[in-house]
Write a protein that binds this ligand. Structure first.
Ligand SMILES: Nc1nc2c(ncn2[C@@H]2O[C@H](COP(=O)(O)OP(=O)(O)O)[C@@H](O)[C@H]2O)c(=O)[nH]1
Ligand SMILES: [Mg+2]
Length: 167
């Protein structure tokens, strides 16, 4: 199984990636480009889940090479799960990509990261309303402190277990 971390630049994808994966991380250049991406392995319920840290992107209609690589990492291989990391202090801009990702019908978890900064600025997010409107499982995280990572892991586990029952 393969999961891809998608999100705008600077939302905390790489910190999340590091928290989810082990020490064996492979850095690769996307073929034919100088754009780097990371791959690591996560073990969930005895299942090996490959996790890809894609370059930051604002849209699925690429406007530069990095965005093109992110799109290719998502669509050129089988992607079983998207982990869409967003900056909770900037939902309006970040959800633009979320809505596009939702359209491609790959199972997705929405990670509202930087929830510490959002709290600090007095931004209140009605997570259960968002879950209903977007029809996505949502988790709030502070990647740098580890807050919410257990809950994110739990959502990934629920996906993996559900997927196992399918086949
Ligand atoms: N306050 C706060 N800072 C964060 C959080 N997650 C990541 N950061 C910081 O945001 C910056 C971008 O993180 P990074 O993982 O490189 O983002 P990426 O570009 O999406 O991979 C770094 O300086 C991180 O330390 C968070 O939850 N809260
Ligand atoms: Mg990064």
């Amino acid at each position: 199984m393969r999961a891809v971390l998608m999100g705008n630049p600077n939302v905390g994808k790489s910190v999340i990636f590091n928290r989810l994966t082990g020490v064996k991380v492979v850095v690769s250049n996307y073929p034919g480009t100088t754009i780097e991406y990371l791959e690591g392995i996560m073990r969930v319920n005895g299942v090996k889940l490959k996790v890809v840290d894609a370059p930051g992107t604002y849209s699925l209609i690429p406007s530069d090479k990095a965005e093109e690589v992110a799109l290719n990492l998502l669509l050129r291989k089988q992607t079983d799960l998207i982990i869409n990391v967003v900056d909770a202090t900037n939902l309006e801009r970040n959800l633009y990509l979320t809505l596009q990702l939702r359209e491609i019908n790959i199972p997705m978890i929405l990670d509202l990261n930087m929830i510490d900064a959002a709290r600090h600025r007095g931004i209140e997010i009605d997570v259960s309303l968002m879950e209903k409107l977007l029809k996505l499982p949502i988790v709030c995280t502070v990647a740098v402190s580890g807050e919410g990572i257990k809950e994110l892991y739990q959502l990934i586990k629920e996906f993996v277990v559900g997927k196992g029952k399918e086949s």
